[in-house]
Design a binder for this molecule. Structure first.
Ligand code: TYD
Ligand code: MG
Length: 453
C-alpha cells in the first residue's frame, strides 16, 4: 500500500495543494507561492459545525432575524448590514499599518460600553503597546480585556471562560494551534485556527472578528480557504490620494455587499466621515474648470478619481500633449474627437492631463471624464456641482455604454455624489439610484451642450 505523503505543498495565496513543488500554482496562477507543509492526517473534523447538532425540519427553524450587536460605530454597523450577528465570524483584511488594530480597539471600547466586555487577543503587540494606543485613542476601558497570546488553545480557553460580547483576534496569521503540524502563518495553520474559532463562535453565539493581513498584491494569505469559512469579509483600504480610509464588505452572509464606511485617520484614531463627497469636492480643485471626477473600476473595485486637464495656447508650431496616468495615444485620439465633433480648436493648444494623486486608468470608461475635463479647461466652464462621470468615447464622437455601471453608480452614491454624467446606454441602470440625478449623453456634442452650451 502506498504510504501517505508526509508533506504537501500549499499555495500561500489561494490554499491549493500540490503533491510536489511547482513554480506556478495551478489554481490561482501565482508564481513561487507554494510552500512545503506537513500533510494533515486524513478526515480531521473541520468546518463550522456545531458539536452534536441534530437535523431539524426546515419549517421548525426560527426565521426571525439573527440577533445583532451594534459595534458602536454606525459606519461599521452599516457595512455589516446592521451590526455584528451573534455567532458570526468576520474577517477584516487590510495592509499593514492601514489601521485595523486602531479600528478594532475603538470598536471594542464602544461595543463593551453597552454590552458584555470584549476580549481583544493581540498576538502581535504587547499589552503595554495596546494600552499606549488606547490612551492615545482615549478608550482605555475597563471592559476591554486584553490577552497577549498566540496559542489557539489558550485563546479558546480564555474566550470560553467568561461571557464576552465579541472576541477580536489580531491577527489570524500570528496565532497557531498545538495540534497543527506547521508553523504560524502557514495556510494550514490559518485555516485550522479559523475553523476552530468558527466552531467556538457558532457554539457560544459569540461574534469573532479575525484580522487578516493582506500581501502586497492585495490578497489575504490563504484567502480562498478563509473566505469560505467566515460569514463576512470586510476589506479596510486606504484611498491612496486622501487621508481617508474605506471599509467595505466583499462578502456578507447577513447583509449587503458593496456598502461603504468612510473614515479619516486623525491624531486620535479613526473618525467617521459623514459626508464623504466633501473629501473630493471640498478640495480646492474640484468644481473648477478642468476638473472631472471619474467613477472608475479597478478590477472589481470601484474608485473615484479626479481627472485634471489644463489647456494653454501653444507657443510653438507643434502643440504639446502630456498625459500622466492615462495613455497618451488615447488622449490624442480624444483630442481629435473633441476638435472634430466638439468643434474645439485644440490643435493650437498644449494639453496637459493628470489623474490626481498618482492614479492610473487604462479603462475606456475613463474617456468621458477626460473629454469633460479637457473641454472644461478649454471653455473655462466647470461641470455641474457634485457630479461624477464614466463612459467610453468612440471616434465618431459617440458615447458608448460601459460595463459595471451599477458598481460605479453605487460608489458615487455612497460617497455622496448627487449627479452622474453617463452613457445613454447605461442610463437604465441609474434608475435604481433615485437619489442620483442621471445626465445621460449619447455623444460628445451632447456632453458639451449639457455641460454649459
Ligand atoms: P494600526 O491600527 O496599527 O494598523 P494595522 O493594525 O492595520 O497594522 O495603525 C497604524 C497606523 O495608524 C500608524 O501608522 C499610526 C496611525 N495612527 C494614527 O494616525 N492615529 C492614531 O490615533 C493611531 C492609534 C494610529
Ligand atoms: Mg495591527
Amino acid at each position: 500500500m502506498a504510504r501517505r505523503p508526509v508533506t504537501v505543498f500549499s499555495c500561500s495565496a489561494c490554499g491549493a495543494q500540490a503533491p510536489r513543488w511547482i513554480g506556478r500554482c495551478t489554481e490561482c496562477g501565482g508564481w513561487n507561492t507554494l510552500v512545503e507543509e506537513a500533510a494533515a492526517p486524513p478526515s480531521r473534523a473541520r468546518g463550522a459545525a456545531t458539536p452534536g447538532a441534530k437535523p431539524v425540519p426546515l419549517s421548525g427553524v426560527d426565521a426571525a432575524d439573527a440577533p445583532r450587536v451594534s459595534t458602536g460605530h454606525p459606519e461599521v454597523d452599516r457595512v455589516l448590514g446592521g451590526g455584528l450577528v451573534a455567532g458570526s465570524v468576520v474577517l477584516l483584511g487590510g495592509e499593514p499599518g492601514i489601521g485595523k488594530s486602531t479600528l478594532l480597539l475603538q470598536v471594542a471600547a464602544r461595543m463593551s460600553a453597552t454590552a458584555d466586555p470584549v476580549l481583544y487577543v493581540s498576538a502581535e503587540e504587547s499589552a503595554r503597546q495596546i494600552r499606549m494606543r488606547a490612551d492615545r485613542l482615549g478608550v482605555a476601558s475597563s471592559r476591554v480585556f486584553l490577552l497577549p497570546e498566540t496559542s489557539l488553545e489558550k485563546i479558546l480557553e480564555a474566550a470560553s471562560g467568561a461571557r464576552f460580547s465579541a472576541v477580536v483576534i489580531d491577527s489570524i496569521q500570528t496565532i497557531s494551534s498545538a495540534e497543527g503540524l506547521s508553523g504560524a502563518g502557514t495556510v494550514s495553520q490559518v485555516r485550522e485556527c479559523a475553523a476552530r474559532l468558527a466552531v467556538f463562535a457558532k457554539g457560544g453565539d459569540v461574534p469573532v472578528i479575525l484580522v487578516g493581513h493582506v500581501t502586497k498584491d492585495g490578497s489575504l494569505a490563504g484567502p480562498k480557504t478563509l473566505e469560505h469559512l467566515v460569514d463576512a469579509v470586510l476589506s479596510f483600504e486606504g484611498e491612496r490620494f486622501h487621508a481617508h480610509r474605506v471599509i467595505r464588505a466583499l462578502k456578507n452572509r447577513f447583509g449587503p455587499v458593496h456598502e461603504l464606511g468612510v473614515f479619516e485617520m486623525t491624531g486620535s484614531g479613526l473618525v467617521e466621515v459623514k459626508n464623504p463627497s466633501s473629501l473630493y469636492l471640498g478640495s480646492r480643485t474640484a468644481g473648477r474648470p478642468g476638473s472631472a471626477v471619474l467613477a472608475a473600476v479597478e478590477g472589481t473595485r470601484p474608485l473615484l478619481v479626479e481627472v485634471q486637464a489644463l489647456t494653454v495656447e501653444s507657443k510653438y508650431g507643434t502643440p504639446r500633449r502630456t498625459a500622466i496616468g492615462f495613455d497618451s495615444t488615447r488622449l490624442a485620439l480624444l483630442l481629435a474627437v473633441l476638435e472634430r465633433h466638439g468643434k474645439l480648436a485644440l490643435s493650437g493648444h498644449d494639453v496637459f492631463l493628470n489623474l490626481a494623486g498618482g492614479a492610473e486608468s487604462e479603462e475606456p470608461a475613463a474617456d468621458l471624464a477626460v473629454v469633460a475635463a479637457v473641454a472644461g479647461s478649454y471653455r473655462g466652464r466647470a461641470l455641474p456641482p457634485e457630479s461624477a462621470l464614466f463612459g467610453e468615447v468612440g471616434l465618431l464622437g459617440e458615447v458608448r455604454a460601459v460595463t459595471d455601471g451599477p458598481l460605479r453608480l453605487r460608489e458615487a452614491v455612497s460617497l455622496g455624489f448627487r449627479r452622474v454624467i453617463l452613457p445613454a446606454g447605461n442610463a437604465a441602470e441609474a434608475s435604481a439610484f433615485p437619489d442620483l440625478e442621471a445626465i445621460p449623453v449619447r455623444s460628445v456634442e451632447e456632453l458639451l451642450a449639457r455641460t454649459g452650451g
